[in-house]
Design a protein around this ligand. Structure first.
Ligand code: ATP
Length: 348
């Protein structure tokens, strides 16, 4: 497919996302407006992984962003890897929420979005994958009010051991959304996606992250709270009883006892027919104002949207006697330079 690049609509850790239009579209096989996610050689493996996962997931799930293909271009003398994706005219839920100045979304909207994300997760998990980076920045909002899961750069086959697994303490995805078993055991399976979904639901409803923290606090202290002890993410007081119950099924520390996406789809919080009068349909508008360009943060201390990345300690892996011992190894005065991360960084 021939296409031309339009203006930039988002920045990620690994990529820049722009508008794209096909130049020859005789058969009408492609939409008139697409999003193209582009990366240089540093982000190429993440894009290749995303393409591979999306190919495996197929295009029969309405809650997963569609991929129209990939190609390579040379721009300003540099080879760029490009992934052509379905364009979400209203950006991510993270950017949408930012415009609400700390306000959350109405509960009926949260229920509808949660149901959609759960259908997407059920599909991903049924195909044997885990997303590993579910957060509001990776849930895209479309003109008709629909939401879809995007950004499969960190996704992997559930249970698959990556080259870096087992070599030390890893941070895969965004610390604020990390499940206890990911902090304690480096486990990133479908159960961890459900925990992250719970965090996303809290944030959608309250406009605040599920974990409260002091500005400037070390992110390792958050990992200790997630991994050790009984503390759970905050469940908003003003959420309905059904909502609170739904979150209590997501925030189960033991992944084996946590509800699955399939089970949660039958929970009354989402298993109701909601009227769709709380959003306005919108035509696909392609003129983005400069201030609409959404950048994924590049530093873990830019609360609340910590950067998504993979990291490992780079040190020899050894089993720990207790959770406390393992998590205590995370505490260090050394603060990595997350602004230059690609795939893996040393965190201690
Ligand atoms: N299909 C799309 N339609 C509209 N906007 C998009 C689309 N894909 C991505 N974006 C925008 O670009 C931003 C960055 O994209 P994405 O998260 O996929 O990149 P990334 O490099 O994987 O980032 P990170 O891993 O840091 O989250 C998104 O937060 C979103 O605002």
């Amino acid at each position: 497919m021939e296409w031309v690049r339009g203006e930039t609509i988002g920045y990620g850790t690994f990529s820049t996302v722009s508008l794209a239009t096909p130049t020859s579209n005789v058969s009408g096989a492609y939409p008139q407006v697409m999003a193209v996610k582009s990366a240089d050689s540093h982000g190429a493996s993440s894009l290749a992984n995303e393409k591979w996962v999306l190919d495996n997931l197929g295009d029969d799930c309405d809650e997963i962003v569609r991929c129209y293909g990939e190609d390579r271009t040379v721009e300003n003398g540099e080879e760029m890897h490009n992934l052509l994706l379905e364009y979400a005219s209203r950006g991510s839920l993270a950017s949408h929420l930012k415009k609400l100045n700390g306000e959350g979304l109405p509960e009926s909207t949260v229920r509808r979005h949660t149901g959609s994300v759960l259908r997407g997760l059920r599909h991903i998990h049924a195909k044997g994958f885990a997303h590993c980076d579910l957060k509001l920045g990776n849930i895209l909002l479309f003109g008709n009010g629909a939401v879809k899961i995007a950004d499969f750069g960190l996704a992997k086959r559930a249970g698959e051991v990556t080259a870096s697994d087992g070599e030390g303490v890893q941070i895969r995805g965004t610390p604020l959304y990390m499940a206890p078993e990911s902090v304690n055991e480096n486990e990133y399976g479908s159960e961890a996606d459900v925990w992250a979904l719970g965090c996303a639901v809290v944030e959608m409803f309250s406009g605040e992250t599920a974990w409260s923290f002091k500005e400037g606090s070390h992110f390792m202290s958050l990992l200790i709270r997630i991994g050790v002890g009984d503390e759970l993410p905050r469940i908003p007081e003003d959420l309905s009883e059904q909502g609170k119950d739904f979150l209590s099924k997501c925030f189960v520390k033991d992944p084996k006892k946590r509800w699955t996406a399939e089970m949660l789809l039958n929970h009354p919080f989402v298993a109701v027919d909601l009227d769709h009068d709380d959003f306005e349909e919108e035509e696909v508008v392609v003129q983005w104002k400069t201030e609409d360009v959404f950048a994924s943060p590049r530093c873990p201390f830019e609360f609340p949207d910590w950067v998504s990345t993979l990291s490992d300690s780079g040190t020899q892996y050894h089993p720990f006697e207790s959770l406390e011992e393992r998590v205590a190894t995370l505490t260090t005065d050394f603060i990595p330079d997350w602004s230059v991360t690609n795939n893996w960084v040393i965190v201690r």
